[in-house]
Design a protein around this ligand. Sequence first.
Ligand SMILES: *Cc1c(COP(=O)(O)O)cnc(C)c1O
Length: 356
Amino acid sequence: MKKHNYSAGPCILPQEVFEKSAQAVLNFNNSNLSLLEISHRSKDFVAVMDEARSLVLELLGLEGKGYQALFLQGGASLEFVMIPYNLMKVDGKAAYLDTGTWANNAMKEAKLFGDTVVVASSKEQNYNHIPTEFSIPEDASYFHCTSNNTIFGTQIKSFPKTNLPVVCDMSSDIFSRSLDFSQFDVIYAGAQKNMGAAGATLVVVKESILGKSGRAIPSILDYEKHIKAESMYNTPAVFAVYTCLLTLQWLKNQGGISAIEKINEAKAALLYAEIDRNPLFKGTAAKADRSTMNATFLLQDETHTPIFDRMWKEAGISGLPGHRSVGGYRASMYNALPLESVQVLVNVMKELEKVV
Ligand SMILES: *Cc1c(COP(=O)(O)O)cnc(C)c1O
């Protein structure tokens, strides 16, 4: 039987995405050829890329608003480099909100390009909350934030207002909740958390902010070159892009972001209610900032670890251990994880109370 998969990434995808993409590897569109052995410039694959790009904008509500969607490579980690390369003015500076490991990694790369201002950080409290009450320097080239901190289980609920271009790493909560996505000028996300197979990176960029950095940008790192080439500047990650398309189609059939958001909220509410009710557990993130995607929690008494671990494994759960920088457990509840899987975990937590 299929496991209840709480892996943080790569992670669960809709079952139909696994089935359809497996079929396409064997025989794509009844062509008697594999998706993996045809030209990326063939009519059939260009149609995949075009539909995936337009579905992204449709689902985010960004059609006709001057945005372009690109499927690039190098993961979110390469965007840490491409963002300052494309946006930070020569001798300029950039503003970063430090909410965790990934935010920090993004900032490290920007430092290679110019002055990097940390507007606020929750590092001293091991990133257990999202800082508020900070100001963003008006002379920065852009403001960068991380919408969901995959490792620490926190999520930005309302984004700061600024006149600067806003860049957001949404790797672990893209397409999971309704937001006014037009408040962002660049959104990027590695595919492997809520969208598809590892290997593709989604970048949604507002065209009007490009071409202003004054830098000579290597072609492969230049958003304008990728836009001009319709996301085919070099050979795209064909399999990963195809899995993204299938996930986007699945999401649209579910009713889009607003429909999945309701389910995501129900899943998170169910698990956090048990974390708060059950005296054996405690959550690690500040309640107001809790992520609906990644719930981080600890056992109050670590000596219960072996028995709890045995119980959840026996219940068919996989991928629950927390990241080493937080310890304990992390339940990643991405779009494709069904509510029933959360119920199974909650039942195990209740069961633990009876046996210890
Ligand atoms: C996983 C993750 C990354 C890193 O993604 P790669 O595609 O492996 O480079 C960056 N940011 C966030 C928020 C993540 O969760």
